[in-house]
Write a protein that binds this ligand. Structure first.
Ligand code: FAS
Ligand code: PHB
Length: 393
């Protein structure tokens, strides 16, 4: 087995792992990023689309924002549509001039990979981590299968940025770990289409037939979602049926039909919440989806992951540069306070925007919550602040 040594071993080349690796590299802290998939797969994976103001600033401050600033779409508002009426939330105005940025997660990942390849730091694709050990010693190690055989990497710290199904969180002993789970009774059928968006800003829509979201990736590419039952099969939906249902749910008198075009990608994502406590075990630190999942209704997934990296990078830099442990010691509690706030906001947005086909009382409560969110100034401001900058509040 090939032996390697580094200061920080990072499992996963999603936004969390790649950004952590980049920030540590910039500080002269050796690290290796290990990714089980190949580069084309990771760069093509379509996921999040909204970047919070403070998170975009953090990316920019760390030299990852050049293309985002050029190609990302700055948005000053978002629309809630229900009771066949549209209500605009003036995000920037309610946040002291701070907008959101619409820029696909896969673009952030491409930018981070390009940086890492550019300065030739270790980024091992098609390398699956199979074991983490020595986590409570001062020489933890990971073992992985690579295209050239097995490798063991000894390090000072391990960052588990391996998403929901990765091995890192499973390395925390069950007796020391709590996992909080919620599965929602619906999923999102999402499409990416070569079609100029019929709207300037995102539209979150609660229609009696179900949820719909109108987002975008560029002036010529739309990103749209339909709330569907959990057992829905993608093959049961033709492209026309998807467009027709989007029309029904999103139509208004002014815009009776949304712009259609070739569907480039489609998929169904389950809606779930997960929180794992603690986010640390000995020399192992979890960041991103490895530690938590939020339903995408609040657009918090990637923002939360980058929020964790902001904490973990600060903590590791303090340790390596000044031999200070305080931020490492407080990492889990600091992150979990923010994670639970994101879970609360994502649950709030999810519960009020997805009609319940079997519970009219629940539907009544949802509509009351939606009406309050657009008619009560305090509720509107809270929604705007959480949507734009939750991870930096
Ligand atoms: P990621 O899951 O992005 O990255 C983890 C990486 O670890 C992966 O590349 C994986 O291959 C790798 N890995 C796993 N096990 C490994 C092993 N044993 N060895 C080596 N590598 C390993 N969020 C939103 O805000 N809006 C959305 O619309 C949205 N849509 C989503 C759709 C889907 C299908 C999914 C799954 C998530 C979606 N999310 C969305 C959430 C998503 O954006 C995550 O929050 C974000 O990817 C988190 O980034 P990471 O923590 O880096 O995890
Ligand atoms: C997206 O553009 O993919 C997107 C936007 C907002 C969300 C979820 C997904 O809440």
């Amino acid at each position: 087995m090939k032996e390697l040594r580094t200061q920080v071993a990072i499992i996963g080349a999603g936004p969390a792992g790649l950004l952590l690796g980049h920030i540590l590299h910039e500080q002269g802290i050796d690290n290796i990023v290990l990714e089980r998939r190949d580069r084309p797969y990771v760069e093509a994976r379509v996921r999040a689309g909204v970047i919070e103001y403070g998170i975009a600033k953090f990316l920019e401050e760390n030299g990852v924002g050049e293309r985002m600033l050029r190609q990302g779409l700055k948005h000053d508002g978002v629309e809630l549509r229900f009771d066949r009426t549209s209500y605009r939330i003036a995000l920037t105005e309610l946040n002291g001039g701070k907008p959101i940025t619409v820029y696909g997660q896969q673009e952030v990942v491409k930018d981070l990979i390009a940086l890492r390849v550019g300065y030739d730091a270790p980024l091992m694709f098609e390398t699956e981590v199979t074991n983490l050990d020595g986590l409570t010693t001062d020489a933890p190690f990971i073992e992985a299968d690579t295209p050239d055989g097995k490798v063991r990497i000894t390090c000072d710290y391990i960052a588990g940025c391996d998403g929901t199904f990765g091995p890192a969180s499973k390395a925390i002993p069950a007796s020391l770990k709590k996992q909080f789970d919620r599965i929602y009774p619906f999923s999102w059928l999402g499409i990416i289409a070569q079609a100029a968006p019929s709207t300037e800003e995102l539209i979150y829509c609660r229609h009696e037939r179900g949820f719909a979201l109108y987002s975008m990736r560029s002036p010529t590419v739309s990103r749209l979602y339909l709330g569907v039952p959990n057992d829905e099969k993608l093959e049961d939906w033709t492209d026309d049926q998807i467009w027709d249902e989007l029309d029904v749910r999103l139509a208004t008198e002014e815009v009776p039909h949304i712009t259609r075009g070739p569907i480039l990608e489609k998929g169904i994502t389950t809606m779930r919440s997960i929180v794992i406590e603690p986010m640390r075990y000995g020399r192992l630190f979890l960041a991103g989806d490895a530690a938590h999942i939020v339903p995408p209704t609040g657009a918090k997934g990637m923002n939360l992951a980058i929020g964790d990296v902001r904490e973990l990078s600060r903590a590791l830099i303090a340790k390596f540069k000044k031999n200070e442990d305080a931020l490492l010691e407080s990492y889990s509690d600091t992150c979990l306070e923010r994670v639970w706030r994101a879970e609360e906001f994502s649950t709030y947005m999810t519960q009020m925007l997805h009609p319940n086909p079997t519970d009219d009382f629940e539907n009544g409560v949802q509509l009351a919550r939606l009406r309050q969110s657009v008619k009560s100034p305090g509720a509107t401001e809270t929604l705007a602040r959480n949507y734009v900058d939750l991870n930096s509040l």
